[in-house]
Design a protein around this ligand. Structure first.
Ligand code: PGA
Length: 253
């Protein structure tokens, strides 16, 4: 595992975008796993600045709410369209988000897992981490080998995401999320973390026990992981074990 510690959030974007850009340069039809939330926003901005031809890239989002009306501005289908597809110049037909409006969301989840496989698997999966250790919407208690499925959102997740909605009541209670087992099948994992409020959970994920109690701990099971953290998020990483290589990176603007 490689960890880059950088001064601030824009710098996390520059470093992570450099990694994604290298993948796309070497494989113009790469399959990217994309994430929503605030952490990846600087990544997409920095990747757009590379000006790469992304027209052959395929992308799969990690998760989606169940039960929002089609076109709801906070549905991840819409967030992905605004923040990723349009900004990066992806072909909308090559960008997939789980179908949270499906009549049978359980079947939609199974189909999504199959679609990732049929696309040849994900080359590099971008990830954030939640305060409770979740990755995608795999809340604590998720099986380490879980597949894409319907999940109930943890109260803490709904509270954190209420900032995007008018009120907590408006935040959906269910979602479709890629499973931990699904995520572990990506050939490379790229986690972006910022802020002191994530420092404890990041240290727990990277150096605590591998356990459903901290879903992000599955990173320890994957052979090719890069974590890009700002200094605040990285402040407890000193205790990480010897396999972890921490580098201080200062990207040029
Ligand atoms: P954030 O969310 O990037 O908005 O902090 C990450 C997550 O909850 O997975």
């Amino acid at each position: 595992m490689e960890i880059y510690v950088v001064p601030d959030a824009p710098a996390t974007g520059v470093i992570a975008a450099g990694i994604l850009a290298a993948v796309v340069r070497s494989k113009p039809n790469a399959v990217l796993g994309i994430a929503t939330g605030s952490s990846p926003i600087p990544v997409y901005k920095a990747l757009a600045a590379h000006g790469l031809d992304m027209s052959q890239v395929r992308a799969f989002a990690l998760d989606e709410y169940v039960g929002l009306r089609a076109g709801h501005p906070q549905s991840y289908a819409e967030v992905v369209r605004r923040e990723v597809t349009e900004q990066l110049g992806l072909d909308p037909a090559r960008v997939a988000v789980p179908d949270g409006g499906a009549a049978d969301p359980h079947q939609a989840a199974v189909n999504y897992d199959a679609a990732i496989r049929e696309a040849g698997g994900i080359d590099v999966q971008l990830l954030g981490i939640g305060h409770n250790g979740h990755i995608a919407f795999n809340e604590p208690g998720s099986e380490l080998d879980s597949r894409t499925r319907v999940e109930v959102l943890a109260d803490r997740t709904r509270q954190a995401n209420a900032r995007y909605f008018r009120s907590l009541e408006d935040v959906p209670t269910r979602c479709i999320t890629q499973g931990l087992g699904t995520i572990l099948e990506a050939r490379q994992l790229l986690m972006v973390v910022r802020g002191a409020d994530k420092a404890e959970v990041l240290a727990a994920a990277l150096s605590g026990p591998v356990s459903p109690d901290c879903p992000g701990s599955v990173l320890q099971l994957h052979p090719h992981v890069t974590v890009v953290a700002d200094q605040a998020a990285a402040m407890h990483l000193g205790a990480c074990n010897a396999q972890v290589r921490v580098q201080i990176a200062t990207p040029s603007p």
